[in-house]
Design a protein around this ligand. Sequence first.
Ligand SMILES: [Zn+2]
Length: 110
Amino acid sequence: MRSCSRCGAPLVPDAPRYYRLCLGCFKAQQKGEEAAIKRERDHWKRRYHEVAGMRSSAPAGIRQALAEAGFTEGAIKQMIILCHPDRHGNSQTANAITSMLLDLRRQLKK
Ligand SMILES: [Zn+2]
């Protein structure tokens, strides 16, 4: 009779050949794997938010320098309207500048 490779308990006689664990050990193993996967996922989620957080907001000094140079949120909004690709035949330059301005606005908003 085949037995559980973990606890040695006999496996039910009609267990498929690929069964190596009794039901109890199989469940325990799955639980352990799920916990490990969850830990891994949580770790990378935290890491993602850390990195995203670092990138998302411009340091206060940079915000102030931008504001002093006239790059306020309101001004950037006007620039976005002015540069919008729809107004420039969807040109590559308009797309690139609009994308930069949107990124800048996103950073100032955080
Ligand atoms: Zn077992």
